[in-house]
Ligand binder design. Structure first.
Ligand code: PEP
Ligand code: MG
Length: 569
């Protein structure tokens, strides 16, 4: 580790912009990531090829083991990221490529560099989520190159004061070892809203801005204000900005200390605050949080690595553990949502031009009816064994027939409550017809936005279109909400939109009665609800829908919300 030495840049007040992750803010001194060790220019071929190849192989092995052991010490989100990165360092195709290059006379460190770059170009061409993994792969490269050359791996310097980590992008290994006593924010030039840096920053509740052009021109020691809510980085902030940012950070800390309990508006209208869960261990962890149950149990997450379909007994065991953890709190379990971005080996899709528009979610049932029957059998067995309040819902429902057929399957397994997700605009538009067939709706705003705006949810470049504040998306939610209210049946939201406290107020105004999100999002939503009446939520919903675009919708709501709420968010 090195300490920071360079002199601050003199561009006071200069503002850089990017995409904010969350709404945090902080002021701190820039600390940049030490540059990685690069292969020497014109590196000579290995004098002893066999020995050098053995060194390269053992370097791959060393880096993989090191990442795995860091994973073992990290908490679950970070651990998963580190494990995924360690797999890159064990990729037989990559290692073989390096060995092959060395055989043609390329020096060992250069061979590692070239082989990784080849893999990076393939990932970059895939775009979206895959392209955002390039940072992780390059970090693996830098660690292996350092190991091959017998030098220190890349990393962050020691910090002694409130610091903002500034980097091209952070590798999982860097984010996993952040000094949380000093790091107050993260700014990256690359990455995207779904890159590992963004995911981990959200998990750690650190203010973070990604895709900040010019971030690397900042110097170690520059004081910067980071405002994730507005995606703004200000160099050498003046006193008023510094104070505003610090008061906001304090208001956020106060929010964290604010009371818990059931969600309700200022005038006492109940809005259930629920958790989104995937893996059993995450569910067990979420059950310890102050949440009113589960609004979305993504069962496919349990089976993403499986080559064969899980047996009824295996499924029953997993569901029982989750139901038990939540005791008498409601658990909304979603049947397998396979296909598109979540392929399952035991439910293979045929080659599709547009997988997101293809056979995914409930549509898989036509090809693999046994999967749904087995799953419902397992859910029913787990519900019976635990006496849990279990609601079952299907993903990707488009028509009344699909809704009715699913409901019938749920009931035929003795499960009392069946519902559907509203993720397809057609389903929202036909809400009054669909709600007749089922007991509840749960709106998946992630997919509903992707389909309403014709924008691949993995396309970081199109983030603006993927914003659930888009008035067109709000109109669709309003239709589904109104259908539920007219039929006196609950309509929840379980997409990312539920986690945005201001948008949550709008959703309540649109007739939504439960909000489900990652548990760490619950306190802010609870806080915003407790300071807003139902009538105000309705007023905000009308203002947002009347706006011409997503930014105007949010601005209209910001103008109506209690300023204390705004300050704390
Ligand atoms: C959604 O689409 O909003 C949703 C909750 O489902 P998933 O994100 O799992 O597709
Ligand atoms: Mg979905």
């Amino acid at each position: 580790m090195t300490t920071t030495t360079s002199t601050p840049t003199n561009h006071a007040g200069k503002q850089l912009t990017g995409i904010g992750v969350g709404r945090g803010s902080a002021v701190g001194k820039v600390v940049k990531l030490a540059p990685p060790v690069r292969p020497p220019a014109h590196e000579a071929a290995a004098a002893n090829l066999e020995q050098a190849q053995a060194l390269v192989k053992s370097s791959f092995d060393f880096v993989a083991t090191n990442l795995r052991s860091r994973a073992a010490q990290a908490e679950s989100t970070v651990a998963a990221v580190l494990e995924a990165t360690s797999l890159m360092a064990q990729d037989p195709g990559l290692i073989a490529d390096v060995i092959r290059r060395m055989g043609t006379g390329v020096g060992p460190a250069t061979a590692v560099d070239q082989a990784v770059e080849g893999f990076c170009s393939i990932l970059e061409m895939s775009g979206g989520y895959m392209a955002e993994r390039v940072t992780d792969l390059r970090d693996v490269r830098d660690r292996i190159v350092a190991q091959v050359l017998g030098q220190q791996p890349p990393g962050l310097p020691t910090m002694t004061e409130p610091s903002v980590v500034v980097a091209a992008d952070l590798a999982p290994a860097d984010t996993a070892t952040l000094d949380l006593d000093h790091v107050v924010a993260i700014v990256t030039e690359l990455g995207g809203p779904t890159s590992h840096t963004a995911i981990i920053a959200a998990q750690l509740d650190l203010p973070c801005i990604v895709r900040v052009a010019g971030a690397l021109e900042l110097s170690d020691g520059d004081e910067i204000a980071v405002d994730a809510a507005h995606g703004a980085v200000t160099v050498d902030p003046d006193d008023s900005l510094r104070e505003a940012i610090i008061s906001r950070a304090k208001a956020r800390a106060a929010l964290k200390e604010s009371g818990g309990g059931a969600g309700k508006t200022k005038d006492g209208r109940g809005v259930q605050l629920l958790a989104n869960v995937g893996k059993v261990e995450d569910a067990v962890k979420a059950a310890k949080e102050d949440v009113e149950g589960v609004g979305l149990f993504r069962t496919e997450v349990l089976f993403l690595e499986r080559k064969t379909a899980p047996t009824v007994a295996e499924q029953t065991k997993s569901y029982t553990e989750v139901f038990q953890a939540f005791g008498d709190r409601k658990v909304v379990i979603r049947t397998l949502d396979a296909g598109a971005d979540k392929p399952l080996a035991f439910a293979p899709s045929e080659e599709e031009e547009n997988p997101a528009l293809g056979v995914r979610g409930l549509r898989m049932d036509k090809r693999f009816p046994q999967l749904l029957d087995d799953q419902l059998t397992a859910i029913a067995a787990a519900a019976k064994a635990t006496g849990a309040k279990v609601w079952v819902m299907a993903p990707m429902v488009s028509t009344v027939h699909e809704a009715a057929a699913f409901e019938q399957r749920v009931k035929s397994h003795g499960l009392p409550v069946g519902g559907i997700m509203i993720e397809v605009p057609a389903a929202a538009l036909r809400g009054p017809h669909l709600i007749e067939k089922v007991d509840f709706f749960s709106i998946g705003t992630n997919d509903l936005t992707q389909y309403a705006m014709a924008t691949d949810r993995m396309a970081g470049e199109l983030a603006e279109l993927l914003d659930p504040w888009q008035p067109a998306v709000l109109d669709l939610i309003a239709l589904a909400g109104a259908a539920g209210q007219a039929a006196d049946k609950p309509v929840g939201v379980c997409g990312e939109a539920a986690r945005d406290p201001l948008l949550a107020l709008v959703l309540v105004g649109l007739g939504i009665s439960s909000l489900s999100m990652a548990p760490n999002g619950v306190p802010a939503v609870r806080y915003a609800l407790a300071r807003t009446t139902y009538a105000q939520c309705q007023e905000m919903a009308a203002a947002a829908r009347a706006a011409i675009d997503a930014a105007a919708a949010r601005a209209a709501v910001e103008a109506l919300v209690d300023p204390e709420v705004l300050m704390a968010l």
